[in-house]
Design a protein. Structure first.
Length: 491
């Protein structure tokens, strides 16, 4: 028999096992909350992993420089981020462009909201808050009561009240003014409700991802016929929003806030509120929160829709590529790898070398398919087709005259032109060469030889006259260079 005290204690223990409360009651909770709120903002809900490690590391260095080193945990920024991911505060995913990013989990968003409310303005029992509660209870009673006569009576009373207010305004031309204290209370109530939205949207997106993982896992372990699996899981993929309680609740809320006209009306209403003089008494942060309500709703909707699209894509791709045998082999391989790591890590030392796998295991093949070779001799290639210029009168000497550089003759000419000197001017040597060695292509060959033997640039511009085999001349200019008459390796 469990006593009331024991039941209350066990319930509190289960509550504190939630990652959100676990984050808040840790020793370094202020550090975690502050760093997560610095790195992740409403404008940047996803941060590349490398950028997050760098920013967290910079923040830790600044805190140590400010004298808070004793209050900081050990380990690098990369280690801290990995710990937060393992604890369920950060979620890692790979985007379409193969960039791995961090994003806050629903538990972390909730913890940041709780910390923000605790450190900011305290919630007060105000007229606006009580009216919100009473309106919610009234709407709940109306939706739960199926009595048509009671519904008609309430509608008649509401119509009578509204008609009376309309008659009074038409008669007097004045709108009843609300004092600024009441307006401030109502604004604080609105901000209190808005701060709950990011965590709600994150919970919906995470519930969709959990459903996606459950579907994929069940599919990998499934041994039913492929047609049956295809029908069931494609249907779940198409109705992923209705597969979880959070998704169904979001779908109901979407019918209210998903209307573009309603969002436009919300923007107009917020603009009217911000123009009122009472908003000058609000802190800048609260005015910014009021101004960004519409954008935060749109970001939350986009977050949920992105998770829905990813879940549908992953489930559909898994169904199309589903191979139970291959999936089981992959699972067994991964389990073997994890078992090997668990056996190796406890006895391993920091920086210990790991013997690499130098060759893959040889497959044990019992029999290869064999076919008889073709005993016919190979057929000769088809004869070359005759070209129109096959009967050209050009000789081999003429063809060689239009060929590449004469390296051997050019090297001999360099040595002869130097006359025993250790270096020679390339431009002067080319101009002094006989016409068969003064073709444009021989100039390139001479420069190539100069580069191989050791080339030194001068401050002058060299001009040379090249002669083609057909007698036409061409003048070239290049930066003057000198070269050794023989290779440095020959010394």
């Amino acid at each position: 028999m469990i006593t009331r005290a024991e039941g209350a204690y066990l319930g509190a223990v289960r509550a504190f096992q939630n990652p959100m409360l676990d984050l808040l009651h840790k020793r370094h909770a202020p550090l975690v909350v502050s760093l997560l709120s610095l790195v992740f903002t409403a404008e940047r809900p996803q941060v590349p992993v490398a950028d997050a490690h760098t920013e967290v590391g910079d923040a830790l260095e600044q805190l140590r420089a400010a004298g808070h080193g004793d209050d900081l945990p050990a380990g690098s920024a990369r280690d801290l981020c990995r710990q937060w991911a393992d604890a369920g505060w950060l979620a890692r995913q790979v985007l379409d462009d193969d960039v791995e990013v961090y994003s806050l989990s629903a538990h972390a968003v909730g913890a940041l909201e709780v910390a923000g409310r605790a450190g900011g303005t305290r919630a007060r029992v105000s007229q606006s808050r009580v009216r919100t509660l009473l309106d919610a209870v009234e709407r709940l009673a109306e939706d739960a009561d199926p009595d048509a006569m009671m519904r008609m009576a309430r509608l008649d009373a509401e119509i009578t009240r509204l008609r009376g207010e309309l008659d009074r305004i038409q008669r007097t031309g004045e709108v009843e003014q609300t004092d600024e204290e009441t307006l401030l209370e109502e604004a604080e109530n609105v901000l209190h409700l808005v701060r709950e939205l990011p965590a709600d949207f994150a919970r919906v997106a995470e519930s969709i991802k959990v459903m996606q993982r459950d579907v994929v896992q069940a599919l990998r372990q499934d041994e039913r016929p492929t047609g049956e699996v295809l029908r069931e899981y494609l249907e779940r993929g198409e109705h992923v929003m209705d597969a979880t309680p959070e998704g169904r609740a979001f779908a109901g809320a979407l019918r209210l806030i998903g209307d573009p006209q309603r969002l436009d009306a919300l923007a107009t209403q917020l603009s009217t509120v911000l123009r009122h003089r009472f908003t000058r008494r609000l802190p800048d942060q609260q005015r910014a929160e009021l101004r960004d309500i519409g954008r935060r709703i749109e970001q939350g909707l986009d977050q949920v829709f992105t998770a829905q699209r990813e879940a549908s894509f992953v489930i559909t791709a898994q169904v199309r590529n589903h191979d139970p045998l291959r999936d089981r082999q992959v699972d067994e391989l991964l389990r073997d790898v994890m078992t090997g790591l668990q056996a190796w890590v406890p006895g391993a030392r920091r920086g210990q070398a790991v013997d690499p796998l130098r060759r893959l295991p040889v497959a044990e093949v019992e029999h290869l398919r064999q076919t008889a070779g073709d005993v016919r001799p190979a057929e000769p290639p088809s004869p070359l087709a005759a070209w129109d210029d096959d009967d050209s009168d050009a000789s081999a000497a003429e063809a060689l005259a239009w060929g590449g550089p004469h390296y051997a003759d050019l090297g001999s000419h360099l040595v002869a032109f130097a006359g025993g000197a250790g270096t020679v001017d390339v431009g002067a040597a080319f101009n002094a060469a006989p016409e068969p060695l003064r073709r444009p292509v021989d100039l390139l060959g001479l420069l190539e030889l100069a580069h191989q033997r050791g080339m030194t640039e001068t401050d002058e511009v060299a001009f040379v006259d090249a002669v083609r085999p057909d007698g036409t001349r061409r003048r070239f200019a290049f930066g003057g260079v000198t070269t050794l008459t023989k290779d440095e390796d020959d010394d």
